[in-house]
Design a protein around this ligand. Structure first.
Ligand code: FES
Length: 75
């Protein structure tokens, strides 16, 4: 599936860039890691979602107050 039409980037390329560059802190960093640049920006929310999906579970645990009774979904 194409994620970024302007740069012809698909989801596998974006996933690979995120896996290989864990320090990427913003969606535009994916473009830089893949040797291109953000153009129209319509892909940025999708890339941001892909980044959110990769955040370590420990962050979710550390960020959720224990006394709120929140259960983490394991999918
Ligand atoms: S769709 Fe990615 S910059 Fe336009």
């Amino acid at each position: 599936m194409y994620v970024c039409i302007c740069n012809a980037l698909n989801d596998r390329q974006v996933s690979h860039a995120l896996d290989q560059n864990p320090a990427i802190a913003a969606p535009a960093g994916v473009h830089r890691a893949l040797g291109c640049r953000t153009q129209c920006g319509r892909c940025l929310p999708t890339i941001a979602s892909m980044m959110d999906e990769r955040r370590p579970a420990v962050c979710a645990m550390a960020c959720a107050p224990a006394d709120m009774g929140l259960a983490l979904a394991a999918d």
